[in-house]
Design a protein around this ligand. Sequence first.
Ligand SMILES: [Zn+2]
Length: 182
Amino acid sequence: MGRRTGFEHLLCYCGETGNELVRHSDRAPDRVGLPKRHLMQAKSRGGRLVIHHNHPQDMSLSLVDILHLVSRPGMMELFAHGHDGSWYWAESHRRRDGHDMVLHGANALVKAYRQLATRGSPLREELAPHLLNLALDYSGIIMYKFQLGQSMITSVASVSEDRKNWLLDCVKEAIRKERQIS
Ligand SMILES: [Zn+2]
């Protein structure tokens, strides 16, 4: 459906029964939110929502997606589907500090991006959510699985293993330090 309209759409299932609960679109190309009743379920501990939505830009789960996932206990699983066959999936480890750690990780990623840019080796913007999610997975905040599409495979291949590891280490280290302080 999203392929035809270019908008984000979501499809929400019950993780226990597998029943479809709602389909929805805000008719926007870069965001879609849950209708009110389902948002209440997502925020409640008893909720068991499995949410699929499409990403017309083929990018990974966004920072906003992940913040929702870690701060809404009723969201069991979150999928984003690219229009190129790619998919990205995450589940929260439900840590109490999850929300803050995601924000610290995101800040560290921005800094690392800037550092690489000033060194004359900028990274592609579309990689940012994917790299953040990898670092959050290594840091035990989310579980993250994915199947990249062709454009993301090309983007990932444009980054050397060393640079990628350096960047992931920056983010992991920032999260680790923040945990020690708090
Ligand atoms: Zn999204």
